[in-house]
Design a protein around this ligand. Structure first.
Ligand SMILES: [Zn+2]
Length: 337
């Protein structure tokens, strides 16, 4: 089924470079890549673009990592928000050192390291949580005989309670940190399913930023008829292309929600991303002193197929920005202001 090919919010040695505190960005980095500076300052605000990567926890194939390396070479100053996944370390026979080298091969010091979690059986069991086979994004339960290697990617983490999720978050954080990746304070839920229990677990574990609020309109074509589309409409139905960061209160504190208003490349074409940018440009022209925040991204596991959409969108956005004297900066979530 084509749906499975779209990794839905879909699928060493010491690494001191990334064992940084805080958000994971290098201390000397602003996390910004200025593209165009307005000459006359009539438009004092700027379009801040967050480019994120969801690591599904399924596999680390050379073909996708190579695509990411090519992107990084072509866009040397675009920081990426890397929503990393600890599930790779719990696959049968996983070589932790080799896994870390592969992940680190596509990271840069200016990146932000955040956390991404899907309902993988081995990760949840390693966290002391009983695995659930249902519900799933697609409406069909996980078949136990498909679990010999690992399974559960399609089980929304919202199926678990706050305490269970805290255990998985702690295990994920500890595992990634132990392998050289200092996860900061930002998070995206697998399948964008950051329901109340997920958000409470996040704040209880010290996270301050979530970027799961999806622009459902961009997902509807691909997910039509599947249970997850209804869930996402209920959860994020008011999110649109120019929705801006906002605070969500939880019992353990407040989360800064940065909407994924341009979605991810498995769902949004290059043209759709540019259309989202045009909406932000229009917003900026209406309120010239206010920054506007736009989010686009892709999945590591489908980078070879879909990352070219991001590449061409960025190229076109830079052209438009230069032609119309619009200030565009590429930022991490920690640098959004
Ligand atoms: Zn995902």
């Amino acid at each position: 089924m084509a749906t499975f090919l779209r990794f839905f919010g879909l699928a060493a040695a010491a690494l001191p470079l990334f064992a940084l505190s805080g958000c994971g960005a290098a201390p000397d980095s602003t996390g910004e890549d200025a593209v165009a500076e307005a000459g006359d300052e009539l438009i004092a605000g700027k379009v801040q673009i967050v480019v994120s990567v969801d690591w599904e926890g399924r596999e680390l194939a050379a073909t996708n990592l190579d695509a990411m390396k090519a992107f990084r070479s072509a866009n040397p100053t675009v920081p990426l928000v890397q929503f990393l996944n600890a599930a790779y370390y719990f696959k049968p026979g996983a070589d932790a050192a080799a896994t870390s080298v592969k992940i680190a091969s596509v990271l840069k010091p200016s990146d932000e390291l955040g956390l991404h979690i899907h309902g993988w059986k081995r990760l949840f069991e390693a966290s002391g949580v009983a695995f659930r086979t249902t519900p799933t994004f697609w409406g069909t339960p996980v078949l136990e005989d498909s679990c010999s290697f690992d399974c559960g990617h399609e089980v929304p983490i919202s199926a678990y309670n706050t305490g269970e999720l805290q255990s998985v978050i702690r295990t994920s954080n500890a595992t990634l940190r132990a392998n050289g990746f200092a996860i900061g304070k930002s998070f995206r839920a697998g399948g964008w399913m950051a329901t109340t229990s997920v958000r409470e677990a996040l704040t209880a574990e010290g996270f301050t930023v979530d970027s799961s609020a999806a622009n459902v309109a961009l997902l509807s074509d691909e997910l039509v008829g599947l249970p997850v589309l209804g869930w996402l409409k209920n959860l994020w139905g008011s999110v649109q292309s120019t929705s801006q960061p906002y605070a969500i209160a939880t019992r353990s504190g407040s989360l800064k929600e940065i909407p994924d208003n341009g979605a991810l490349a498995d769902y949004a074409t290059s043209a759709e991303m540019v259309t989202v940018f045009q909406a932000h440009k229009a917003r900026l022209k209406l309120s010239p002193t206010k920054n506007t925040v736009m989010s686009i991204g892709f999945h590591q596991e489908t980078a070879k197929t879909y990352l070219p959409r991001v590449t061409s969108a960025i190229l076109r956005i830079k052209q438009i920005a230069a032609a119309e004297n619009i200030r565009v900066v590429f930022v991490t979530t920690a640098a959004v202001k």
